[in-house]
Design a protein around this ligand. Sequence first.
Ligand SMILES: [Ca+2]
Ligand SMILES: [Ca+2]
Length: 80
Amino acid sequence: MESTVKPEGKHDDPHKHHIKGDLNHDGCVNMDDMELFQETFGKQKDDPGFNPEADFNRDGVVNIQDFRVMRENFGKGCDS
Ligand SMILES: [Ca+2]
Ligand SMILES: [Ca+2]
């Protein structure tokens, strides 16, 4: 039986559900992601350091509205 699985595919699983707020893509929203969020907090689309992944509502700025999403999702995926 032949396998088409790529040898390097195990670290980056495309089937893994992406959680809003998981900015470092480790499958869990925790303090590491909160730190990344803080680094881009207050930044706008054209500012250096702006992280579009932290702009959850895609209004071009990372602000308190995006922080609420962060807070709501905090701890998700971390239950292992
Ligand atoms: Ca994470
Ligand atoms: Ca936003």
